[in-house]
Design a protein around this ligand. Structure first.
Ligand code: TTP
Ligand code: MG
Length: 637
């Protein structure tokens, strides 16, 4: 009997080959690359008063990510602690490594996620090598890295995987491919299983080559996953950390011999909170549904904790579960009607999200800082000036290039704060200026403060004087603060006093690329550029969010939260949501910014909500650190 359509496993697209890179101990590795002597010493990187990461030597001596500085010093008195609040060096290293990896990809499909993760879609290069493979001598294969130069590449053994696999190769219960030398992939003899097996083998060898190149040429080790989509490649890399790689072996669907799909065995064991694409709010609703009650987060049992652990299997096999049921369970005002369908797919390892093509300019640039206390207009003015100056400096770095030769700007040289440089041209013009704040909730009657991560924001058109390269950065910053940001601030916080902000973020978004306006002259004529921008802006109206903070939450706030829920469903955002910011600590979006804009691969966001106290030990730390810190209490190993 046919299963009703809704409970059937969703269609899977197995014909891609995706490699996911996660650089090991990234911030620490950046310092080590600058000064290799540090490699053999215990090294930790400090932001505010916690260690955001540490190197292997430090980990060997008992230190770990997101640990309090005092605690780390007690555990390892000779630890070398370096300051990592200025993100410039990490951003530059991230761009350099990304450019390096991207140079191997034919399709341009290379996507950065945060500073230290990269997805590569290498389907075309792998298929090319599959087509020219000599099936009679698999162990003596040569992997071609270019189509035109046959000498460019490396030797490899196509009769086996490179690196680790899931399940491990030694597991004799797993089905083995039928052939030791494969039939031609277009042959009717070759089953889907065999074709997939061979393609993944080639992917694993390419991944190993790239991993070694990254280490030899750039000095960075990484943890790598290989599979057929972003979800699976990212998750499977974690199986063997660090400095290692793992390929998810076929079968990817149940075989005729009734062998269980490796995809399902793999995904099933994950807590739903670990699955990229299932944001915190969705995970909460799913747990609630499966447990039949509210999960007990407030008692220190954060997601991932053992007591409230709900695995993908528990949701997938819950009686009567289907994509329609999930649509119902996960619906909320403003939520996407197909959220359940998407989650149903993820629970089956299905993720059709494409690896984004490389972009020449970031989607947005944002600068922020966090504060213990920020409650006067004078302070706000001062902080806005500082943030805005940094923002404009970043815009000059990332969005302009030299006028004469069009070469990529040498970032090592940088641009001095007061440099007047009219010999540069703009590559892109952001259209929107956004101000975001995070008000600290008032102290309650019992003296405690509720833990709030709510950000509120307002946006407006970015004035064109910002693009005047003849004016100094300070002049532009002052004008922008007085004419645009302070008015936005007053709309966000109409009360003249009584607020206290824990965070302020200034961002420019909605980039319009201009360098392609025309060969030779595009973007050179500043007047023409402004005219063009005005033309574009005529068509376009900024819709401001009306989200003044309210203790009970306004309709607008709820709408924005619902919208955030949709955004948190988006795979691209998971890295930010799950690791760097804390699950609830999300930006709200105006209707003029798209989900894409928030991939934030170029934002300067040290998200440090110092006022957050750990529910278990009471230690205060930035909000992004809280979840991992609490998980550490639950799982100290
Ligand atoms: P991670 O990939 O989580 O950590 P890592 O690369 O240091 O270590 P691992 O080998 O375990 O992957 O994060 C990447 C960088 O992001 C990390 O080096 C420091 C920074 N970071 C923060 O700034 N805040 C955070 O909360 C976390 C988790 C990381
Ligand atoms: Mg990492």
């Amino acid at each position: 009997m046919r299963e009703p359509p809704s409970t059937r496993a969703p269609t899977r697209h197995d014909d891609r080959l995706i490699i996911h890179f996660d650089y090991d101990c990234f911030y620490a590795a950046v310092f080590e690359a600058e000064n290799p002597v540090l490699k053999s010493l215990p090294l930790a990187v400090q932001q505010k008063h916690i260690i955001v990461t540490c190197n292997y030597e430090a980990r060997r001596r008992g230190l770990h990510k997101l640990q309090l500085i005092n605690e780390a010093r007690m555990t390892c008195p000779d630890v070398i602690i370096v300051l990592g609040e200025d993100l410039t060096r990490f951003r530059n290293a991230s761009k350099e490594l990304y450019a390096f990896l991207k140079s191997f990809v034919w399709s341009q499909k290379a996507e950065r996620l945060g500073f230290d993760e990269v997805f590569l879609d290498v389907t075309d290069i792998v298929d090319y090598n599959l087509d020219i493979l000599n099936h009679n001598s698999l162990p003596d294969s040569f992997f071609h890295l270019g189509r035109s130069d046959p000498t460019l590449g490396f030797s490899y053994d196509a009769s086996c995987f490179a690196g680790n696999t899931f399940p491990a190769a030694s597991d004799e219960n797993e089905p083995q491919p039928m052939f030791t030398s494969f039939p031609k992939t277009d042959s009717s003899e070759a089953t889907d299983f065999d074709r997939l097996e061979l393609r993944l083998r080639l992917g694993s060898h390419l991944a190993q080559y790239l991993r070694h190149q990254l280490e030899e040429q750039k000095g960075y080790t990484s943890t790598v996953g290989i599979s057929t989509n972003k979800l699976l490649s990212k998750l499977v890399g974690n199986v063997n950390k660090p400095t290692n790689q793992t390929t998810l072996r076929p079968p990817y669907s149940p075989t005729s011999g009734n062998a269980k799909s490796n995809v399902l065995s793999f995904i099933d064991d994950h807590d739903i909170g670990q699955i990229p694409g299932i944001g915190c709010k969705l995970a909460h609703k799913l747990r609630n549904y499966v447990l039949g009650r509210e999960p007990q987060f407030d008692e220190g049992l954060v997601w991932g904790g053992t007591k409230e652990n709900v695995k993908a299997r528990d949701v997938r096999l819950f009686p009567g579960m289907s994509s329609e049921v999930l649509n119902e369970v996960l619906k909320g005002p403003g939520s996407h009607k197909d959220t359940g369908v998407k989650v149903w797919g993820l629970l089956h390892g299905v993720d059709d999200t494409e690896v984004a093509k490389a972009r020449s300019v970031p989607r947005q640039i944002s600068i922020e800082d966090s504060y213990l206390r920020l409650d006067t207009l004078t302070q706000i003015h001062k902080e806005l000036l500082m943030l805005t100056s940094s923002l404009i400096r970043r815009m000059h770095l990332d969005l302009t290039e030299p006028e004469d030769d069009g070469n990529v700007f040498d970032e090592d040289e940088g641009i001095k704060a007061d440099t007047i440089d009219t010999s540069r041209r703009w590559l892109a013009h952001p259209r929107v200026l956004r101000l975001t704040t995070r008000p600290r909730p008032p102290v309650q009657a019992d003296g405690t403060r509720s833990r709030s991560f709510k950000r509120i924001s307002r946006s407006t058109t970015l004035p064109s004087f910002v693009f005047r390269l003849a004016d100094s950065i300070e002049t532009i910053a002052e004008k922008l603060v007085n004419e645009a940001l302070l008015p936005l601030f007053r709309k966000l916080h109409p009360e003249t006093s009584g607020w206290d902000l824990s965070l302020v973020n200034v961002a420019v978004t909605d980039m319009i690329e201009t360098a392609s306006d025309g060969k030779g002259g595009g973007g050179r004529d500043i007047g023409r550029m402004f005219r063009r921008q005005n033309e574009v802006l005529k068509e376009w109206k900024v819709i401001e969010q009306d989200m003044a903070p309210s203790p009970h939450g306004t309709d607008e706030q709820h709408k924005a939260e619902d919208r955030m829920e949709m955004i948190s469903n988006d795979y691209e955002n998971q890295h930010q949501l799950n690791t760097h910011k804390g699950s609830e600590d999300d930006l709200f979006y105006t209707q003029t910014t798209t989900v894409e804009d928030e991939s934030q691969w170029d934002s300067d966001e040290v998200d440090s909500h110092i006022g957050n106290a750990c529910n278990i030990c009471g230690a205060t730390m930035p909000s992004f650190a809280m979840i991992a810190h609490e998980r550490f209490h639950l799982n100290p190993d």
